[in-house]
Design a protein around this ligand. Structure first.
Ligand code: ZN
Length: 408
């Protein structure tokens, strides 16, 4: 049974697993539920015992709606910043991240994503750059400076010098030219003690090998999917799933006697929502939920692991309505479909019901909507009510027994 009540008195989180559905608002979670668990079932992420609501606004000079870099920076460092900045505050000063502070306290560390490893969300936990576009510098910092133990995801193109050969020529839709600007980083990683793997088989091999500590797994040149509108080349059928990467990362990190910090990101939710591609946005939600099941299965049998599931922001302004065009003569305006926005997707079936649902999109961008946060394990009880994205930083560190010093 999943229960936050299993916490031992005075217990702290030896391990922290933070799962981020990029762009995943309340409606994305509910749509995933309708599709697989029905109207009264629950996704694994919504069965966690503690629930809060997190505000996501950034302190950009031109908008209040955040991008993924400012949002991940707020979560990772406790400092709001301008859009595009990676773990630097609005004055351009690097801020220590929760991954770095957990590492200083002896924890092993890992970053897992279906996006480029060097994209904004993972970047904000293990690198500091003025702008998220500097992906090779982010990769360099991961292995030279932060020395994150386990790195699994896409974006292999940034680890090989511009124009040179790389292992990411297959399958065709995911082919990617090398575009690295910071030298032979994949080789460099190996020189620095990382096992480099590019196939699920090799990943399983190193994860099962007791003497392996550092792993760099690159499974695509760019994302582990192709972002596009429906029927226009969209694809999400990765060689290695987020759940498999999460399981391998936990297998590697749990060997650390002092515990670990692991951030897991499902990026397809955001990327597909930018294209208003409902089927693959929902697939992203369900892929994240499978990774959540891996995390909660690990945490459920012990009292020392904090699991948090949240988002950096909402993407698409997603709305859900019934698919039957039921008129409401007692309300002006007719049925729900009459009031749906122009960009409508579906219908999708509601599990175990004779009716379906449709989704509507308000935008192809991000919105200012608050996002749900669910949690289990020691410290999860502090996830409650409405709070800022910057509040997760002290919540996680305090749960892990790490003093949060003055920051500037
Ligand atoms: Zn986005």
């Amino acid at each position: 049974m999943i229960s936050g009540a299993s916490r031992t008195p005075g217990g702290r989180a030896k391990n922290v697993i933070l799962l981020i559905g990029d762009g995943m608002g309340a409606a994305h979670r509910f749509a995933g539920q309708l599709l697989t668990a029905g109207r009264s079932g629950r996704l694994a992420m919504d069965r966690l015992p503690h629930l809060g609501q997190m505000n996501t606004l950034s302190v950009d000079h031109e908008t209040f709606v955040t991008d993924s870099a400012a949002a991940a920076t707020a979560i990772a460092t406790g400092s709001k910043t301008i859009n595009g900045a990676v773990s630097m505050n609005a004055d351009g000063r690097p801020q220590p991240t929760m991954l770095e502070l957990m590492q200083q306290a002896g924890r092993a560390t890992g970053l897992v994503t279906t996006c480029q490893l060097t994209d904004a969300t993972p970047a904000a936990f293990g690198a500091h750059v003025p702008h998220r576009s500097d992906q090779s510098e982010i990769a360099r910092q991961f292995i030279h400076e932060t020395r994150v133990d386990v790195l699994l995801g896409g974006g292999g193109a940034y680890w090989y010098p511009l124009g040179e050969a790389n292992p990411f020529s297959d399958p065709e839709p995911l082919r990617a030219m090398s575009r690295g600007t910071a030298g032979r980083l994949a080789e460099d990683a190996q020189d620095r003690g990382y096992q480099l793997v590019t196939s699920p088989r090799d990943l399983a091999g190193v994860a099962g090998s007791a003497d392996v500590r550092r792993v760099l797994g690159l499974f695509a040149g760019q994302e582990l999917f192709v972002q596009s509108e429906e029927g226009k080349g969209d694809l999400y059928d990765p060689a290695v799933s987020l759940a498999e990467m999460t399981a391998s990362a936990i297998q590697l990190l749990e060997r650390s006697a002092d515990g670990f910090f692991l951030m897991v990101e499902e990026s397809a939710i955001d990327r597909m929502a930018h294209r208003n591609n409902a089927p693959l946005t929902l697939k992203g939600v369900l892929e994240l939920d499978r990774a959540v099941q891996v995390a909660t299965a690990f945490a459920a049998g012990r009292d020392d692991t904090l699991v948090i599931v949240t988002a950096d922001h909402e993407t698409g302004g997603l709305a859900i309505a019934g698919s039957g065009d039921t008129p409401y003569p007692y309300e002006p305006g007719g049925g729900l479909l009459d009031t749906m926005l122009a960009h409508e997707d579906g219908p999708f079936p509601v599990a175990d019901e004779p009716y379906g649902f449709v989704v509507g999109w308000a935008t192809t961008g991000h919105t200012a909507a608050a996002v749900p946060v669910t949690a289990m394990g020691p410290g999860a009880e502090t996830i409650s009510g409405t709070f800022e994205n910057t509040d997760l930083f002290p919540m996680v560190l305090e749960a892990a027994g790490i003093e949060v010093g003055a920051r500037g």
